[in-house]
Design a protein around this ligand. Structure first.
Ligand code: FES
Length: 348
């Protein structure tokens, strides 16, 4: 094939209206394309109109799907805590968006396949290899630079320069260490401020909570006593935040190893979602479900905060609690498992 820069080889469909092929003036020799076979819509104006209507119907279906998705989103809203409303909303929204996208996609493909004119193009390019003259000139410039700098001749300078270039990035590697907390980051993440005898206090004022304060059905946002006196209270709070709830004792399904972890139906669970760590703060009093607003994970407080819906992979860790001599709620120990995302299941 002749090298003509942006020259074009064509295999054009005849235009239905004229029945003639369009051949650009700078067309090059056919590089081996099959001869063009006209489609039925190229030859028959009735078929052409049929295809036109089909494509329009697909685009129309797309419009209907998109409008349906918006209408369904408004007409069937998600009601917090109502699993059925989430399903209906997601189903109708998904159906509408699917129809909207498929309508546009299929319509566009059908349009291009059946109605748009078809031709193959070859765009020949100049060779990427430079001319001999250019290459010789490049070698000459490189050799001159080498000679003037003495890079090959002054071996000591060359070798120390190579050494310096290799070692220079090392401080940056060391600086990455600063991205982790001081000390052993794994150990710090595994433990919280909770310990035996530490009082449960209200978030944010830090007043201790008596058993008699926690009425049936109530919920408290809780932090450990003395949180504001530690060096980094926000970081500690991010690990130690707890939700305290009181249920009927008969509603709690407690495993034998946790029978001492609650007090007269009062239970405490980590507020940090085990999915990716959002605060789980929506308590549904009737169903005793805790909802994480980020990705809708739900935990059943009557069953040791087991996951009943959503992407979380493990229950919320429970804080073992009891009561002290003055009637205040206190922790029995720290959490017995790491709080937060299930990242921990990787067994660091
Ligand atoms: S962070 Fe709670 S569900 Fe994702």
């Amino acid at each position: 094939m002749a090298d003509k820069g942006n020259a074009v080889a064509t295999r054009e469909a005849p235009t239905p209206s004229t029945g003639t092929a369009v051949v650009p003036s700078d067309a090059v020799e056919n590089p081996g394309f099959e001869p063009f076979r006209p489609r039925v819509s190229d030859l028959d104006p009735v078929k052409e109109r049929q295809n036109e209507r089909r494509v329009s119907w697909m685009f129309f279906a797309s419009i209907v799907g998109s409008v349906f998705a918006v209408a369904a989103y408004i007409a069937f809203p998600i009601v917090p805590g109502d699993l059925g409303s989430v399903r209906v909303n997601n189903l109708l929204l998904g159906l509408g968006i699917t129809l909207g996208l498929f309508g546009v996609g299929f319509g566009a493909v059908h349009w291009s396949k059946s109605l748009m004119e078809g031709h193959d193009l070859v765009e020949s390019r100049h060779p990427t290899r430079g001319s001999e003259e250019t290459r010789d000139k490049a070698v000459e410039v490189f050799s001159l630079g080498n000679k003037e700098s003495g890079f090959t001749r002054r071996k000591l300078i060359r070798n120390t320069l190579i050494g310096a270039l290799v070692v220079t990035p090392l401080p940056a590697v060391v600086l990455f260490r600063d991205l982790a907390p001081a000390g052993d980051p794994v150990a710090r993440l595994k433990h919280t401020l909770w310990e035996e005898g530490k009082r449960l206090t209200r978030d944010p004022d830090g007043t201790p909570i008596k058993v008699s304060d926690v009425t049936l059905g109530s919920v408290f946002h809780v932090i450990p006593e003395g949180l504001n006196d530690v060096e980094d209270p926000l970081e500690e709070k991010a690990k130690a935040a707890v939700l305290l709830m009181r249920l009927k004792e008969s509603d709690l399904h407690i495993s034998p190893e946790r029978k001492d972890w609650s007090y007269q139906g009062i239970v405490a669970y980590s507020k940090i979602c085990t999915h990716v760590g959002c605060p789980v703060a929506l308590y549904e009093q009737q169903t005793h479900h805790l909802l994480c607003p980020c990705h809708q994970s739900q935990f059943d407080i009557t069953r040791e905060a087991a996951v009943i819906f959503g992407p979380a992979k493990r229950p919320l860790p429970q804080l073992p609690i009891t009561v002290d001599a003055e009637g205040y709620l206190v922790a029995r120990s720290d959490f017995t498992e790491p709080v937060g995302p299930s990242f921990w299941e990787r067994k660091l």
